[in-house]
Design a protein around this ligand. Structure first.
Ligand SMILES: C[S@@+](CC[C@H](N)C(=O)[O-])C[C@H]1O[C@@H](n2cnc3c(N)ncnc32)[C@H](O)[C@@H]1O
Length: 275
Protein backbone atom coordinates (compact mmCIF):
# COMPACT_ATOMS: atom_id res chain seq x y z
CA UNK A 1 0.00 0.00 0.00
CA UNK A 2 1.30 3.46 -0.95
CA UNK A 3 -0.09 6.45 0.91
CA UNK A 4 0.09 9.83 -0.80
CA UNK A 5 -1.89 13.07 -0.96
CA UNK A 6 -3.71 15.04 -3.61
CA UNK A 7 -1.54 17.67 -5.37
CA UNK A 8 -0.47 20.77 -3.40
CA UNK A 9 -1.24 19.25 0.01
CA UNK A 10 -1.43 21.23 3.23
CA UNK A 11 1.01 20.35 6.03
CA UNK A 12 -1.90 18.65 7.91
CA UNK A 13 -2.55 16.37 4.92
CA UNK A 14 1.13 15.38 4.75
CA UNK A 15 1.13 14.69 8.50
CA UNK A 16 -1.99 12.55 8.16
CA UNK A 17 -0.46 10.65 5.25
CA UNK A 18 2.56 9.84 7.39
CA UNK A 19 0.35 8.68 10.28
CA UNK A 20 -1.75 6.49 7.98
CA UNK A 21 1.36 4.92 6.48
CA UNK A 22 2.30 3.71 9.97
CA UNK A 23 -1.21 2.55 10.77
CA UNK A 24 -1.63 0.68 7.48
CA UNK A 25 1.99 -0.57 7.47
CA UNK A 26 2.36 1.12 4.10
CA UNK A 27 4.85 3.51 2.52
CA UNK A 28 4.31 7.27 2.37
CA UNK A 29 5.35 8.89 -0.90
CA UNK A 30 5.22 12.58 -1.76
CA UNK A 31 2.81 13.32 -4.58
CA UNK A 32 4.71 16.04 -6.47
CA UNK A 33 3.24 16.04 -10.00
CA UNK A 34 2.97 12.26 -10.29
CA UNK A 35 -0.18 10.54 -11.53
CA UNK A 36 -1.98 7.93 -9.39
CA UNK A 37 -1.44 5.51 -12.27
CA UNK A 38 2.34 5.78 -11.79
CA UNK A 39 1.96 4.84 -8.10
CA UNK A 40 -0.22 1.87 -9.10
CA UNK A 41 2.68 0.58 -11.21
CA UNK A 42 4.61 0.20 -7.94
CA UNK A 43 1.84 -1.07 -5.67
CA UNK A 44 -1.56 -2.83 -5.87
CA UNK A 45 -3.30 -0.12 -3.91
CA UNK A 46 -2.92 3.59 -3.23
CA UNK A 47 -4.58 5.57 -0.44
CA UNK A 48 -4.78 9.27 -1.31
CA UNK A 49 -5.36 11.78 1.47
CA UNK A 50 -7.67 14.34 -0.13
CA UNK A 51 -8.73 17.88 0.67
CA UNK A 52 -11.73 18.53 2.98
CA UNK A 53 -11.80 14.91 4.22
CA UNK A 54 -12.28 13.48 0.73
CA UNK A 55 -9.84 10.59 0.72
CA UNK A 56 -9.73 8.20 -2.24
CA UNK A 57 -8.64 4.57 -2.43
CA UNK A 58 -7.31 3.20 -5.73
CA UNK A 59 -6.79 -0.41 -6.71
CA UNK A 60 -4.71 -1.77 -9.58
CA UNK A 61 -7.56 -4.28 -10.14
CA UNK A 62 -10.39 -1.80 -10.56
CA UNK A 63 -10.96 1.30 -12.67
CA UNK A 64 -13.49 2.57 -10.11
CA UNK A 65 -11.80 4.46 -7.26
CA UNK A 66 -13.40 4.19 -3.84
CA UNK A 67 -14.49 7.38 -2.11
CA UNK A 68 -17.27 8.21 0.31
CA UNK A 69 -20.64 9.52 -0.91
CA UNK A 70 -24.08 9.08 0.65
CA UNK A 71 -25.36 7.56 -2.61
CA UNK A 72 -28.60 5.65 -2.11
CA UNK A 73 -28.92 6.80 1.49
CA UNK A 74 -29.78 10.28 0.27
CA UNK A 75 -32.45 8.97 -2.11
CA UNK A 76 -33.90 6.74 0.62
CA UNK A 77 -34.00 9.57 3.18
CA UNK A 78 -35.67 11.87 0.63
CA UNK A 79 -38.29 9.16 -0.01
CA UNK A 80 -38.92 8.83 3.74
CA UNK A 81 -39.25 12.62 4.03
CA UNK A 82 -42.02 12.31 1.40
CA UNK A 83 -43.73 9.72 3.63
CA UNK A 84 -42.61 6.53 1.84
CA UNK A 85 -41.57 3.47 3.80
CA UNK A 86 -38.02 2.17 3.71
CA UNK A 87 -37.77 -1.66 3.65
CA UNK A 88 -34.96 -1.87 6.23
CA UNK A 89 -36.79 0.51 8.57
CA UNK A 90 -40.11 -1.26 8.27
CA UNK A 91 -38.82 -4.81 8.69
CA UNK A 92 -36.57 -3.87 11.62
CA UNK A 93 -39.35 -1.70 13.16
CA UNK A 94 -36.67 0.88 13.88
CA UNK A 95 -37.91 3.96 15.75
CA UNK A 96 -36.75 7.34 16.97
CA UNK A 97 -34.41 6.95 19.96
CA UNK A 98 -33.37 3.38 19.05
CA UNK A 99 -29.85 2.01 18.97
CA UNK A 100 -28.71 0.24 15.79
CA UNK A 101 -25.64 -1.95 15.31
CA UNK A 102 -24.51 -2.32 11.69
CA UNK A 103 -22.24 -5.37 11.47
CA UNK A 104 -21.17 -4.61 7.87
CA UNK A 105 -20.75 -0.85 7.47
CA UNK A 106 -19.38 -0.74 3.90
CA UNK A 107 -20.10 2.74 2.51
CA UNK A 108 -22.51 3.37 5.38
CA UNK A 109 -25.72 3.86 3.34
CA UNK A 110 -27.85 1.66 5.62
CA UNK A 111 -26.37 3.22 8.75
CA UNK A 112 -27.16 6.72 7.44
CA UNK A 113 -30.79 5.73 6.88
CA UNK A 114 -30.88 4.25 10.40
CA UNK A 115 -29.30 7.42 11.85
CA UNK A 116 -31.93 9.56 10.13
CA UNK A 117 -34.75 7.46 11.61
CA UNK A 118 -33.39 7.07 15.13
CA UNK A 119 -32.73 10.82 15.43
CA UNK A 120 -30.56 12.75 17.83
CA UNK A 121 -31.35 10.52 20.81
CA UNK A 122 -30.61 7.35 18.88
CA UNK A 123 -27.22 5.73 18.54
CA UNK A 124 -25.61 4.01 15.58
CA UNK A 125 -22.44 1.92 15.57
CA UNK A 126 -21.04 0.62 12.27
CA UNK A 127 -18.37 -2.10 12.21
CA UNK A 128 -16.06 -2.40 9.21
CA UNK A 129 -13.30 -4.97 9.02
CA UNK A 130 -11.30 -3.42 6.20
CA UNK A 131 -9.16 -0.66 7.73
CA UNK A 132 -8.99 1.44 4.52
CA UNK A 133 -12.76 1.39 4.02
CA UNK A 134 -13.33 2.19 7.70
CA UNK A 135 -11.01 5.21 7.44
CA UNK A 136 -12.51 6.57 4.20
CA UNK A 137 -16.06 6.21 5.46
CA UNK A 138 -15.32 7.66 8.92
CA UNK A 139 -13.74 10.74 7.24
CA UNK A 140 -16.59 11.05 4.76
CA UNK A 141 -19.29 10.81 7.43
CA UNK A 142 -17.55 13.59 9.36
CA UNK A 143 -16.78 16.03 6.54
CA UNK A 144 -19.46 15.49 3.85
CA UNK A 145 -21.42 18.68 3.09
CA UNK A 146 -25.11 18.03 2.57
CA UNK A 147 -28.21 20.11 1.86
CA UNK A 148 -30.92 17.49 2.61
CA UNK A 149 -32.32 18.58 6.00
CA UNK A 150 -30.85 16.64 8.90
CA UNK A 151 -28.73 14.34 6.75
CA UNK A 152 -25.36 15.83 7.68
CA UNK A 153 -26.22 15.62 11.38
CA UNK A 154 -27.40 12.02 10.89
CA UNK A 155 -24.07 11.10 9.27
CA UNK A 156 -22.14 12.64 12.12
CA UNK A 157 -24.02 10.50 14.67
CA UNK A 158 -22.58 7.25 13.26
CA UNK A 159 -19.65 5.82 15.23
CA UNK A 160 -17.35 3.85 12.96
CA UNK A 161 -15.51 0.94 14.55
CA UNK A 162 -12.73 -0.74 12.59
CA UNK A 163 -12.70 -4.44 13.37
CA UNK A 164 -14.34 -7.82 13.05
CA UNK A 165 -18.03 -7.93 13.90
CA UNK A 166 -17.86 -11.30 15.69
CA UNK A 167 -15.15 -10.01 18.00
CA UNK A 168 -17.19 -6.85 18.63
CA UNK A 169 -20.35 -8.87 19.41
CA UNK A 170 -18.47 -11.19 21.75
CA UNK A 171 -17.38 -8.31 23.96
CA UNK A 172 -20.80 -6.59 23.91
CA UNK A 173 -23.32 -7.10 26.72
CA UNK A 174 -26.72 -8.79 26.23
CA UNK A 175 -29.53 -6.54 24.91
CA UNK A 176 -27.19 -3.63 24.11
CA UNK A 177 -28.82 -2.59 20.79
CA UNK A 178 -32.46 -2.46 19.69
CA UNK A 179 -31.57 -3.71 16.19
CA UNK A 180 -28.54 -5.63 14.91
CA UNK A 181 -28.16 -5.63 11.13
CA UNK A 182 -25.94 -7.41 8.58
CA UNK A 183 -25.51 -6.92 4.83
CA UNK A 184 -22.63 -9.21 3.80
CA UNK A 185 -21.21 -9.13 0.26
CA UNK A 186 -23.31 -11.21 -2.13
CA UNK A 187 -21.79 -14.20 -3.88
CA UNK A 188 -23.11 -12.80 -7.16
CA UNK A 189 -21.64 -9.26 -7.37
CA UNK A 190 -24.10 -8.22 -10.11
CA UNK A 191 -26.96 -8.39 -7.61
CA UNK A 192 -25.45 -5.82 -5.30
CA UNK A 193 -26.12 -2.21 -6.11
CA UNK A 194 -23.58 -0.56 -8.46
CA UNK A 195 -22.45 1.92 -5.85
CA UNK A 196 -20.77 -0.96 -3.97
CA UNK A 197 -18.60 -2.03 -6.94
CA UNK A 198 -15.57 0.09 -5.86
CA UNK A 199 -15.57 -1.75 -2.50
CA UNK A 200 -14.91 -5.12 -4.16
CA UNK A 201 -11.10 -5.12 -4.27
CA UNK A 202 -10.92 -4.31 -0.55
CA UNK A 203 -13.92 -5.92 1.19
CA UNK A 204 -13.99 -8.84 3.55
CA UNK A 205 -16.04 -11.46 1.73
CA UNK A 206 -17.10 -13.34 4.90
CA UNK A 207 -20.67 -14.63 5.06
CA UNK A 208 -22.94 -14.77 8.08
CA UNK A 209 -22.38 -17.81 10.26
CA UNK A 210 -24.46 -19.47 12.97
CA UNK A 211 -22.03 -18.12 15.57
CA UNK A 212 -22.48 -14.51 14.40
CA UNK A 213 -26.27 -14.89 14.41
CA UNK A 214 -26.26 -16.47 17.88
CA UNK A 215 -24.21 -13.54 19.22
CA UNK A 216 -26.33 -11.00 17.33
CA UNK A 217 -29.50 -12.45 18.92
CA UNK A 218 -27.96 -12.14 22.36
CA UNK A 219 -26.94 -8.50 21.75
CA UNK A 220 -30.24 -7.45 20.07
CA UNK A 221 -33.20 -6.29 22.15
CA UNK A 222 -35.77 -6.43 19.35
CA UNK A 223 -34.57 -7.62 15.98
CA UNK A 224 -31.72 -9.14 14.00
CA UNK A 225 -32.01 -8.29 10.30
CA UNK A 226 -30.11 -9.86 7.39
CA UNK A 227 -30.07 -8.51 3.83
CA UNK A 228 -28.92 -10.93 1.17
CA UNK A 229 -29.73 -12.38 -2.25
CA UNK A 230 -33.37 -13.13 -2.85
CA UNK A 231 -34.08 -16.84 -2.39
CA UNK A 232 -30.86 -17.41 -0.45
CA UNK A 233 -30.82 -20.58 1.65
CA UNK A 234 -29.01 -18.56 4.34
CA UNK A 235 -32.35 -17.31 5.66
CA UNK A 236 -33.69 -20.76 6.56
CA UNK A 237 -30.25 -22.13 7.53
CA UNK A 238 -29.75 -19.33 10.05
CA UNK A 239 -33.33 -19.19 11.36
CA UNK A 240 -34.56 -15.93 9.76
CA UNK A 241 -38.30 -16.46 9.80
CA UNK A 242 -40.09 -13.58 8.16
CA UNK A 243 -38.85 -12.12 4.87
CA UNK A 244 -39.52 -9.08 2.71
CA UNK A 245 -38.60 -9.47 -0.96
CA UNK A 246 -37.42 -6.79 -3.37
CA UNK A 247 -36.30 -7.39 -6.96
CA UNK A 248 -32.99 -9.21 -6.42
CA UNK A 249 -32.58 -8.91 -2.65
CA UNK A 250 -34.49 -9.93 0.46
CA UNK A 251 -34.49 -8.82 4.05
CA UNK A 252 -34.93 -11.55 6.67
CA UNK A 253 -35.65 -10.90 10.33
CA UNK A 254 -35.55 -12.66 13.67
CA UNK A 255 -37.67 -10.78 16.18
CA UNK A 256 -36.07 -11.13 19.58
CA UNK A 257 -37.80 -11.47 22.91
CA UNK A 258 -41.23 -11.27 21.27
CA UNK A 259 -40.05 -8.56 18.85
CA UNK A 260 -41.22 -5.02 18.99
CA UNK A 261 -44.87 -5.09 17.99
CA UNK A 262 -46.49 -1.67 17.91
CA UNK A 263 -48.22 -1.81 21.28
CA UNK A 264 -45.22 -3.19 23.14
CA UNK A 265 -42.90 -0.68 21.46
CA UNK A 266 -45.07 2.27 22.31
CA UNK A 267 -45.27 1.14 25.94
CA UNK A 268 -41.56 0.53 26.13
CA UNK A 269 -40.39 3.65 24.32
CA UNK A 270 -42.99 6.26 25.17
CA UNK A 271 -45.89 7.63 23.15
CA UNK A 272 -43.83 10.05 21.05
CA UNK A 273 -41.52 7.35 19.76
CA UNK A 274 -42.81 7.23 16.17
CA UNK A 275 -40.81 8.97 13.46
C1 LIG B 1 -22.11 -5.28 1.19
S1 LIG B 1 -21.04 -4.31 2.11
C2 LIG B 1 -22.13 -3.42 3.16
C3 LIG B 1 -22.79 -2.27 2.45
C4 LIG B 1 -23.50 -1.37 3.42
N1 LIG B 1 -24.69 -2.01 3.96
C5 LIG B 1 -23.86 -0.04 2.79
O1 LIG B 1 -25.01 0.40 2.95
O2 LIG B 1 -22.98 0.60 2.18
C6 LIG B 1 -20.33 -5.43 3.28
C7 LIG B 1 -19.22 -4.80 4.12
O3 LIG B 1 -19.02 -5.62 5.27
C8 LIG B 1 -17.63 -5.70 5.53
N2 LIG B 1 -17.38 -6.94 6.32
C9 LIG B 1 -17.36 -8.23 5.87
N3 LIG B 1 -17.08 -9.08 6.87
C10 LIG B 1 -16.94 -8.33 8.00
C11 LIG B 1 -16.66 -8.63 9.35
N4 LIG B 1 -16.43 -9.89 9.74
N5 LIG B 1 -16.61 -7.63 10.26
C12 LIG B 1 -16.84 -6.34 9.85
N6 LIG B 1 -17.08 -5.98 8.56
C13 LIG B 1 -17.14 -6.96 7.65
C14 LIG B 1 -17.00 -5.73 4.15
O4 LIG B 1 -15.62 -5.35 4.20
C15 LIG B 1 -17.89 -4.73 3.39
O5 LIG B 1 -17.37 -3.43 3.47
Amino acid sequence: MIITTSRNPTSEMVERGLQLSERFSGVYQKRYRRTIHSFLEQSDSVYMVGKHGRDVLYSAYSDQPLFFHPSMAKVRVQRMLRGELDPLVSISRLRRGDSFLDLTLGLGADSIVAAHVTGENGSIVGIEKNAYIAEIVARGLTYWQEEVPGLKAAMQRISVVEGDHLQYLQKTADNSFDVVYADPMFKNPRLHSNHLAPLRPFVEEGVMTETVVKEAKRVARHAVVLKTERGSLLFSQLGFESQENHRSISYGVIYEKGGCNDEACDRHRGTDSRW
